[in-house]
Each structure stands twice: as structure tokens, then as C-alpha cells.
Ligand binder design. Structure first.
Ligand code: URA
Length: 452
């Protein structure tokens, strides 16, 4: 580059730098940012013109000052446009769902094949475990051979041939979120509703679904433990999605106890297979039907929630949903035999009960701690490059409101080949359950806490 050009580039860069600083200062002082300012900032995050320090300062300013609905939408769309956006229009209607995550949440594994079985195409892009919560990708990868790194062309093929696809996030989707998310994690700026909304939706909307059903978890095992915060996040997710012309609906659901019985990876796949075959825990069925019915209605296949649920229940009972899962596993390189012989999934080498220390009623489960103990056992990662042990996990035997006799198992620990719980592990797990004399007040949310 000639000397003069180098000088011009430096001047242009200085100009941008001062624009970025002005944007940070405006937000720091409580001002509302324009769409142009937000766009320029996100472009700088994506192309590296913005330094980590500036991006972190911006995140902290947003975290402390908040954003208006218009700013939050502008941030979402700018982050979405930072990478590829997929056009799925040739498939007609494509459904998606998003859960804010929790302990034992395997609903995506059931919902995608179930929707395909009733004639609703479902394309879902999932992430890995985050904090104390499990990740759909880690669960899917417990299926021997299952590939989650699927490019767009194969995603299209899966929608054409199977009717559903369960894939992992690709690097080309919302790269601005990848950089901002990593910074949020180390700057205390994860818990901000506009930042969470933009992070979730930049990825979700980039993959081009026609309708999204949101499952915003609340209670002591959710990221948004307080139902009021969960509702604010849920409404932001639904309203911002609708602003793009897509259909959106959602629920606040209880995460003050694990969902279903299985917590882990292979054991959650096994529980999902049972659910797809018409068995499985009532709360998992309810969770699946709740979101599934909304998406069947959004697809225009039924006109009442009752009929939508009837359609979905029929596919669980008559084997169609499980048959789609078999096909999906085979199409994504996995062993479809796990659907008929779950023992082909990674198996625990031993099991140990966690007995109730007293008789009475379970009044509370410290669900976040159960999730953290699952990570400690090897079901997730404490550090980015930790290796997951797919065979390890828990089977939760008692939930809030259940009567229990002294010595009865509250939970069974399944120990995979690399699980090495330390001396206090089992006591800490038992300590997650509060047991009070029969008749004591039970602290438990209704499964459906609210509608968005
Ligand atoms: N999931 C995301 O993708 N982003 C968040 O900020 C929180 C949950």
C-alpha cells in the first residue's frame, strides 16, 4: 500500500474508532442508540475493527442501561446479518423451537421427529451444554456415529427426505454472537435481557424457520429463575421474532425440578426414544405437546390445540414418531438400532442409589446444583475443552410433592467409564433434596407457569 493510502486507511480507522467510542459513551450515559450506530458497532465486532476492550465496555453499558425494544431488535438483526442467513422458502413451512435450557431438557429430541411424523417439517440448530444446563448436541452425539456438523445443503436434503434435521451451530451463522458471547462470559454481562435476546435470536432467525415456539424455563434450575425476568425475556423473544414476519408463541415452564427422569446424555436419548414410542415421563410429554401443538397450529394443519394434541399423541402411540427418529439417525450417520436396542447407546459401568436420609415429602430440589453435579460427573464441560462422558448421568426418582421413605432412592447415579465422583459427591447430591414431614408445604411451580 502506498504511503498516502496507508495514511488514509489509518484516518478512516481513527474515524471509526471514535464513532465506536461515541456509541459506547452514549449508551453508558443512558442514551438510545440508532439503528445505524448499532449496525456499525456489530460490523466492527465482526470484522475485528473493534477491540475486545471496546466490545466489553459496550456490553457492560448495555447490561447496566438496558435497551429499548427498537434497539434490541436492531441489535438482533445486525448480529443475524453478521453471517449467513438461510433461505428455507422452498420447503414451505418449517418449524423450530427454542428452549432457554435446563436440567434434563431433551424436548428437542422428541419434538423434531414428532413434528415430521405429523407432516410439519422441523429444522433445528442446537448448541452444547452451557453452565449447569445440558446441551442437545452433546445428547445427540451420544448416539454412536451421529453427525451434528451438517452444512446447509445437507440440512436441505434432510428436510426433503426425513422431514426434520437436528444439527449443530455452524461457524458461518451469526459470527458476531460468537465473539460477543465469549466476551460476555468473562465480563459478567451474560444476564442482560437485550443481550440474551439478540444472542438467541441472531442464530435462530438466521436459519430461516417460518415459526418458532419458545420454551422459557423458570425456577431454581433455569437461567431466569425469577418468573418475572423469564416473562420479560420470553416476551422479548416472541415480539422480536414476530417483528421479522415469522410466527412465534411460547410458554414459561417449570425448571424447579429436572425435566423427566434422565439427566445426562445417553440416558436422555434413551428416555426420548421411550417418549417417541409413546411411553416416557408425563412432564416430558406435556412439554412436547405444548410446543408441538403451537407449531401444528402455526403450520395450519389443525385449527384447535385439542386437535393438534390429538394428532401428535396419535403419532407417539402408533410408532410413526419413533420411525422418523430411526430414519433421522440413519440419515445423520448414526446407529438407528439404538431405537430398538437402547443398550447400543453408551452404558454406565455401575450405578449407585442416593437414599433419602428421612421419611416425609420432598418439598424442593436444588435443580441448578443437580445440574452442576451432573457436569462434575462428566455429563458436561466445566472448561471448554473438557471431554463429555456420554454414559454418565442421573435418574431422578423423586420430585417435589412425592412422598418418600427413609432409605428409598431419591436419585440413581449412573457412572460411565470415566466418572470419578469425589468423597463428598453423594452427600452433596442428597443435599439437593429438601425433605420435610408429611403435610409440609411443597415449593413447586405448576408445569405451565405462563403463556407468552
Ligand atoms: N443461549 C444463547 O445462545 N445466548 C444466550 O445469551 C443465552 C442462552
Amino acid at each position: 500500500m502506498a504511503r498516502e493510502d496507508r495514511g488514509n486507511a489509518r484516518d478512516a480507522r481513527r474515524g471509526e474508532m471514535s464513532l465506536f467510542v461515541r456509541t459506547i459513551v452514549k449508551k453508558r450515559d443512558g442514551g438510545d442508540l440508532s439503528e445505524g450506530e448499532i449496525d456499525a458497532f456489530v460490523t466492527g465486532v465482526t470484522d475485528g475493527t473493534i477491540t475486545d476492550e471496546q466490545a466489553a465496555a459496550f456490553l457492560m453499558a448495555v447490561c447496566c442501561r438496558g435497551m429499548t425494544a427498537a434497539e434490541s431488535a436492531a441489535l438482533t438483526f445486525a448480529m443475524m446479518r453478521s453471517g449467513e442467513t438461510w433461505d428455507l422458502s422452498r420447503h414451505g413451512f418449517v418449524a423450530d423451537k427454542h428452549s432457554t435450557g435446563g436440567v434434563g431438557d431433551k424436548a428437542t429430541l422428541v419434538l423434531a421427529p414428532l413434528l415430521a411424523a405429523v407432516g410439519v417439517k422441523a429444522g433445528m440448530m442446537s448448541g452444547r451444554g452451557l453452565g449447569h444446563t445440558g446441551g442437545t448436541l452433546d445428547k445427540l452425539e451420544a448416539i454412536p456415529g451421529f453427525r451434528t456438523a451438517v452444512p446447509k445443503a445437507e440440512f436441505d436434503r434432510l428436510l426433503d427426505t426425513v422431514g426434520c434435521a437436528l444439527i449443530g451451530q455452524t461457524d458461518s451463522i451469526a459470527p458476531a454472537d460468537r465473539r460477543l458471547y465469549a466476551l460476555r462470559d468473562v465480563t459478567g454481562t451474560v444476564e442482560s435481557i437485550p443481550l440474551i435476546t439478540a444472542s438467541i435470536l441472531s442464530k435462530k432467525l438466521a436459519t430461516g424457520a417460518s415459526a418458532v415456539a419458545f420454551d422459557v424455563k423458570t425456577g431454581n434450575g433455569a437461567f431466569m429463575a425469577d418468573p418475572k425476568d423469564a416473562e420479560r425475556l420470553g416476551k422479548a423473544l416472541v415480539e422480536t421474532t414476530r417483528a421479522t414476519g415469522r410466527k412465534a408463541s411460547g410458554y414459561l415452564t417449570a425448571m424447579d425440578r429436572p425435566l423427566g427422569e434422565a439427566v445426562g446424555n445417553a440416558n436422555e436419548v434413551e428416555e426420548s426414544i421411550r417418549m417417541l414410542g409413546g411411553e416416557g415421563p408425563a412432564d416430558l410429554r406435556e412439554n412436547t405437546l405444548l410446543l408441538g401443538a403451537d407449531l401444528v397450529l402455526a403450520a395450519g394443519l389443525e385449527t384447535s390445540a385439542k386437535d393438534a394434541r390429538r394428532r401428535l399423541n396419535a403419532a407417539l402411540s402408533d410408532g410413526r414418531a419413533l420411525e422418523v427418529f430411526r430414519k433421522l439417525i440413519a440419515a445423520q450417520g448414526g446407529d438407528p438400532g439404538v431405537c430398538d436396542e437402547p443398550k447400543r447407546l453408551p452404558q454406565a459401568v455401575s450405578r449407585r442409589d442416593v437414599p433419602a436420609p428421612a421419611s416425609g415429602v420432598v418439598t424442593r430440589i436444588a435443580t441448578r446444583e443437580v445440574g452442576l453435579l451432573a457436569i462434575e460427573l462428566g455429563c458436561g464441560r466445566a472448561k471448554k475443552d473438557d471431554v463429555v462422558d456420554p454414559a454418565s448421568g442421573f435418574r431422578v426418582k423423586k420430585k417435589p410433592g412425592d412422598a418418600v421413605e427413609k432409605g428409598e432412592p431419591l436419585l440413581v447415579v449412573e457412572l460411565g467409564p470415566s466418572a470419578k465422583p469425589n468423597a463428598t459427591f453423594y452427600d452433596r447430591l442428597a443435599g439437593c433434596f429438601t425433605i420435610a414431614p408429611a403435610g409440609a408445604r411443597v415449593e413447586s411451580l405448576p408445569f405451565v407457569v405462563g403463556t407468552l
